[in-house]
Design a protein around this ligand. Structure first.
Ligand SMILES: *Cc1c(COP(=O)(O)O)cnc(C)c1O
Length: 425
């Protein structure tokens, strides 16, 4: 599933020992595996091969330009949600026709930049936005294509904050409104409304919500076509499960086995926007133990990474498997799991140095005994971790390292104190 494995009790990223990387780059540090990114992309490409899909990797999951560069070379398109992400993917050499631009609050400046860049599709989230896009397309003389984002009103049964395909979200429009929007704007010349987009939200762990949603959307597409509108593509979004615990999620092949039969022979181009399912287990965050501490019944392991580096546990209640970088043979983990309890482990909270009670990575977690100076790996930290990091508490953002075989390179330097005040002078 990824290329982070223990060899003789030592954690490796591909063929590079994590200890060796840390000795040169320090902690906290994000370490990414190029092979894992490429392998996930390739598996998706293969799984949907017969539909010749356009895979638009979701930049907000992990958007380091060096990662975007090799993803573009490997044939990936990009799902973007801001002018900043557009800038990133263009710098990385993206094929503009394989860019899908989503987001409920695109500014005029961002829209104009994307029109000038000739992005493949604007994913439209409201009538007001579509009207504005039409106005700006006419003004700039740049015609474009758009996909209407609809809410199929299915529940992927994930965290409320990551559920985006139900009726009560700020995203997209209700499926019942779609027909009205097509009758108002579906024949517009400046903006060709010719695709339907859905995105159910992140971290669903079953295939059924996709099947249910796609069936609803296909019925809509048939209706629209019989009303005389041209629908050339369906964008089924992202949100495919990633293995935060070992083999917890359907594979790309599992999703495709359910989705491909629904879409074949329909004369529809397929677009997918995977983020976490490509990036999540392609990265780890390595941190050093600063102190051990007792508080009442609790034992704390205080580490040098904080919620400014990785906020998913307090933000979403997300689980990240955590384990020391170097362990005795008996502590080599057989799988990454909340309930992995080996003889001799100690139940601890793993917390950061930030002045917030929410600054934790794990609570009541059984870990092998550790001590000051030891390295600890927070796994499945490739998606929505470094991209969500901040400078809170005037902490410098962590370095990022990309591993390729036994080689590694720093793809984002650790910030300096000067960086912290540079824009304030
Ligand atoms: C965030 C997002 C994605 C990617 O979601 P994952 O859960 O990372 O796969 C895809 N499409 C849109 C519109 C998004 O906002």
């Amino acid at each position: 599933m990824d290329y982070f494995n223990y060899k003789n009790g030592k954690l490796f990223a591909e063929d590079a020992a994590v200890e060796r990387i840390v000795s040169q780059v320090g902690t906290p540090v994000y370490i990414y595996s190029k092979a894992t990114f490429k392998n996930h992309l390739q598996k998706i490409q293969q799984a949907y091969n017969m539909l010749e899909p356009v895979i638009c990797y979701s930049v907000k999951a992990c958007g380091n330009i060096n990662i975007l560069k090799f993803m573009a070379k490997a044939g990936s398109g990009f799902d973007i949600v801001s002018g900043g992400e557009l800038y990133r993917v263009l710098q990385a050499g993206a094929d503009p026709s394989k860019i899908a631009y989503a987001g409920v609050g695109k500014t005029d400046a961002e829209i104009i930049e994307a029109l000038k860049a000739d992005v493949g599709y604007f994913n439209i989230e409201s009538e007001a936005e579509l009207e504005n896009l039409i106005r700006l397309a006419k003004q700039t003389g740049k015609m474009t294509k758009a996909a209407l984002r609809v809410n199929p009103d299915v529940d992927p049964k994930t965290h409320t904050y990551t559920t985006t395909g139900k009726k009560e979200t700020k995203f997209g429009v209700d499926i019942e409104r779609a027909q009205k929007i097509f009758s108002d704007y579906g024949k517009n010349e400046a903006v060709k409304l010719c695709a339907i987009h859905i995105h159910l939200g992140s971290a669903g762990h079953t295939v059924e919500p996709y099947v249910e949603a796609i069936e609803k959307v296909l019925a809509l597409i048939e209706q629209l076509r019989s009303d005389g509108f041209t629908i050339e593509a369906i964008d089924v979004g992202g949100g495919y499960g990633a293995d935060y615990t070992t083999e917890a999620s359907p594979t790309a092949a599992d999703y495709a086995a359910a989705i491909v039969p629904l879409l074949k022979n329909r004369n529809l181009k397929l677009i997918l926007e995977p983020g976490a399912s490509i990036a999540a287990n392609a990265g780890i965050l390595v941190t050093q133990v600063l102190y051990l501490k007792k508080g009442g019944e609790k034992k704390f392991v205080i580490v040098d990474a904080g919620m400014n580096d990785l906020i998913r546990p307090p933000l979403y209640g997300a689980f990240h498997f955590i384990w020391p970088v170097k362990v005795n043979e008996k502590f080599v983990p057989s799988r990454r799991d909340k309930d992995l309890q080996l003889d001799g482990t100690v139940v601890v909270d793993v917390v950061g140095p930030i002045c917030e009670a929410a600054d934790f990575f794990a609570k009541d977690r059984a870990l092998p005994p550790t001590k000051r100076g030891r390295l600890i790996s927070i796994f499945t930290a490739g998606a929505y971790c470094s991209t969500m990091s901040s400078n809170y508490n005037a902490r410098r953002r962590a370095a990022e390292v990309l591993v390729d075989g036994d080689k590694f390179s720093v793809i984002r330097k650790r910030e300096t104190y000067e960086d912290l005040t540079a824009l304030e002078k």
